[in-house]
Design a protein around this ligand. Sequence first.
Ligand SMILES: Nc1ncnc2c1ncn2[C@@H]1O[C@H](COP(=O)(O)OP(=O)(O)OP(=O)(O)O)[C@@H](O)[C@H]1O
Ligand SMILES: [Mg+2]
Length: 418
Amino acid sequence: MPRSAVAIALPPAELAAVSAQLTEAGYDAIAVNTAEELKTLLDLRRDIGVAILDGENDFNRTIEMYSLLHDEDRNIPALMVVAARALDRMGLAGRARVSDEYFTRPYSAESLRWRVEAMLIRAEVPTDDSTGGVIATESGPAMETADSRRGQIVIVFNPKGGVGKTTIAVNVASMLQIRKGQRVLLVDCDTVTGHVASSLGMENVRTVADAWTEDLTTAVAESFAEIASTHHNGVAVLVMAESPLHTEILEPKRVAEAITAARQAFDWVVVDMHPDYGPLNQVIFERADKIIVPVTPDVPAIRAAVQFREVAVELEIRDRLAMVVNRANSGVSVADMERTVGMPALAEVRSAGMLFVRAANEGRSAVERFPKEKVIEDIEDLCDRLIATAEPSAAKVGSGFMGIFGGGRNTNPSVRAS
Ligand SMILES: Nc1ncnc2c1ncn2[C@@H]1O[C@H](COP(=O)(O)OP(=O)(O)OP(=O)(O)O)[C@@H](O)[C@H]1O
Ligand SMILES: [Mg+2]
């Protein structure tokens, strides 16, 4: 089945690079110069999945094009490319845009391509619970769905402490929930020094250890979705245990089963891990669709990642590993890190000074607190890549979707050049 087509109305200089990226990713990239051209195209083809519009130059033309996308029976998401300052003026930064989205200049054609891929994939995510076997999707034909609601389990792990696991878990979860319209369960599996809930300003939440201890007397088993507490940003937050001492009840296999079951209720289950190779972590590794390995550009963190890669080979999970270079802007080349660590880099997150600490002190994710900061663009880019490279679920196999780490096209994504 062919992939969708993307209509592009960008200035010539940007058009060339963006078209090349989208064509390489297997999309039909079609340039349109006027609203009339777009109308002709939309009348002719039903497979336009996203239109990229210029939100800065010739705004009248853009508005005409925008209304064509949402005319009559059509509802084609627009990706509006604007300057950061224009976005400021529109007052839209940081707001959830479920279908239309904004992308700020300057940008790299590659990260724009990941955004488009993520938009196309999300447009295929069924949104209606009530239908049984077959759900018609926004952008495409009805697809088989029995297992297609299965969310993705993404765990964040590096055996070295302090490399940014919790920071990345909290902000990726928040980004997916707030800006990408996904339903997210964020699990703190660090039963020793876990600080997910406290960094989101949630004190004394009911833990899995609490709930399972109560279950012993009530004999009512609760799912993780039921035990979790919802942060005001919408993310469901689940803490394993408050005290590192009383964790015997957290039988690893039962935890792993419950995480797996949570995929029915959430699009993403993001798990923050304690840096160890204990039995709990081992069973969770096994269940992960993707394992994000944050690596800072320093020898101890790189060594720890190399060690983990070797362990992963033994556990036969190596193909799920994806390095995220954290504090990336410190002079070490990402290509060098990929070579040394022996893992493809999924994305980079720059060093953000005190922003993460300040947001955590206020009990919020940096995504909410500092939505316009560059580092949040990095987090968004990381999330776009996660969405676009997610393991194909039942529905997506049929649509010709191939995850990058699952093989198929482009098995070694290079990170953004900027
Ligand atoms: N990109 C970044 N820019 C600035 N500060 C960062 C960045 N990433 C992480 N930090 C800071 O580094 C510290 C350690 O990060 P974090 O707690 O996320 O690491 P961790 O891997 O979860 O540690 P542990 O193994 O102890 O759980 C925190 O204070 C966090 O705010
Ligand atoms: Mg941590």
